[in-house]
Unconditional design. Structure first.
Length: 460
């Protein structure tokens, strides 16, 4: 295989010389997944020329791995016949994913280029809700009958399996197409040829409905560790399959969405480098405005304790310290709970167990930070008079406040995602900045309440 550092230059040179024979020879050893990123940055004219001379199979396979913007640019330069041939050669699930990213009018134009059979398939898949299993499934699967022998099943696979999405799993259906079971091909290969398929069935299978959400599909793939899962209609008739490569894309998309929400932004739904600046600003501004308004409550709380601050200015020195500690603890708890929910480590009914764990963890973390804050003031007071004659009480105020604030932050950070999940919202909406903002306000109340209790009669 040619080195990736110079393959683009070689391809470009061969295209310019119109040396199609050498170009096909150069591309022959490349896998589509490796070839796509190398050709995606070619000038659009050279890219179109490359697809014109490539085989239909290589062009379709490579097209699915290319970035969306490169796919769009390519189709604009291909002739209508070439674009139609490419679209018809795409796997149904990959074609649906591509059409789903296009404006409606452009998607309709491309649908019109498909053959009647392929158009019927594409329209049926696009009719399912967005982010549903139906949008992701492919109709290229192998199904055998339970009354067949292993020999008959293997002969059928040899005859019809060359263009199927996967051959690792073979599905078993009755004459009417109703799903009976699935079998790993390995079991077929290791069984006597005259053994009936019915004797290989163990009933250990599951299925998806076309209207199921892709998150449910991802959870089932993780639970059953399958490379493909069947999709059935209301009568349990097999209508398609979903494969693990699509689930990898779903897992990446879901993780990206959650990370962006945890950062205090709406999900971008597009690559960072290609999303329009106006759209990115809009998605980021909404949360920033909400967080800014939330921080105004912090200013309100500060003004409420204005008299205490005026009497004991030293208290103001530790405001950033104590409230940021609570926000950090809440952000930690929220992140851990959201991820555990996504992985199915516990369910909503386990909220009390989560609360107990965070109560214990928050108390211990608060004691650790409180001890550090207390010792910091005690040690510093030996070399400075900045904390005044009541430095020991100030140290106690900061230490006790940190215990309460960190504990409260941990509890709020853990319970808020569960509460959002309970009412049907995405737990990732309780982003780390959002939790931190809420804890800032309550942290101030805890801090000055503790200060009033400990310093009353001295500084207050």
């Amino acid at each position: 295989m040619p080195a990736q550092s110079n393959v683009k230059q070689e391809i470009a040179a061969l295209i310019d010389r119109k040396d199609h024979a050498a170009l096909k020879k150069l591309l022959e050893p490349w896998l589509p997944a490796d070839l796509a990123p190398n050709i995606a940055e070619l000038p659009i004219g050279q890219l179109a020329a490359l697809f014109r001379v490539s085989s239909r199979e290589l062009a379709a396979a490579t097209f699915t791995y290319m970035p969306l913007d490169a796919q769009k640019r390519l189709l604009k330069l291909l002739t209508q016949d070439q674009a139609a041939a490419l679209l018809n050669a795409l796997p149904p699930d990959d074609r649906t994913a591509f059409l789903n990213e296009l404006p409606l009018d452009l998607a309709m134009q491309l649908l019109a280029m498909l053959t009647p059979d392929e158009r019927r398939v594409a329209q049926s898949l696009l009719a399912y809700p967005e982010h549903s299993v139906g949008r992701m499934m492919t109709l290229d699967f192998i199904a055998v009958r339970p009354e067949w022998s292993v020999r008959e099943a293997l002969d059928y696979i040899r005859e019809h399996g060359c263009d199927r999405e996967t051959l690792n799993i073979v599905f078993v259906t009755e004459a009417a197409g109703h799903l009976v079971d699935d079998i790993r091909v390995r079991r077929l290969l290791l069984s006597p040829l005259d053994r009936p398929i019915r004797e290989l069935l163990d009933g250990n299978y599951t299925w998806l409905a076309p209207t199921d959400d892709r998150e449910k599909a991802l959870a089932l793939f993780r639970k059953f560790d399958r490379v493909a899962l069947p999709v059935v209609d209301e009568q349990l008739k097999l209508i398609g399959i979903v494969t693990f490569d699509d689930m990898l894309d779903v897992a990446e998309a879901e993780a990206t969405e959650d990370i962006q929400k945890l950062g205090g932004s709406e999900a971008l739904d597009e690559p960072y480098t290609t999303i329009a600046l106006s759209r990115m600003v809009k998605k980021r501004a909404s949360w920033l405005v909400v967080l800014f308004l939330g921080e105004m409550l912090t200013a309100t709380a500060m003004s409420y304790f204005e008299d205490e601050i005026a009497k004991a200015v030293v208290l103001a020195l530790f405001v950033p310290l104590v409230i940021s500690s609570g926000g950090n603890a809440g952000s930690q708890a929220a992140t851990l709970v959201i991820r555990a929910l996504a992985l199915g480590e516990f369910r909503l009914r386990d909220w009390w167990r989560v609360m107990r764990r965070e109560f214990a963890a928050g108390t211990l973390l608060g004691l650790i930070l409180g001890a550090i804050g207390f010792l910091r003031i005690v040690i510093w007071a030996q070399f400075s008079t900045i904390y005044g004659e009541h430095w020991m009480l100030v140290a106690a105020t900061v230490g006790v406040s940190l215990v309460g604030i960190v504990l409260w932050g941990s509890l709020m950070g853990s319970m808020l995602p569960l509460g959002l999940k309970r009412i049907g919202f995405d737990p990732a909406t309780s982003s780390a900045p959002f939790v931190a903002t809420l804890v800032d306000v309550t942290g101030l109340i805890i801090y000055f309440t503790v200060a009033y209790a400990i310093l009353r009669g001295t500084l207050l």
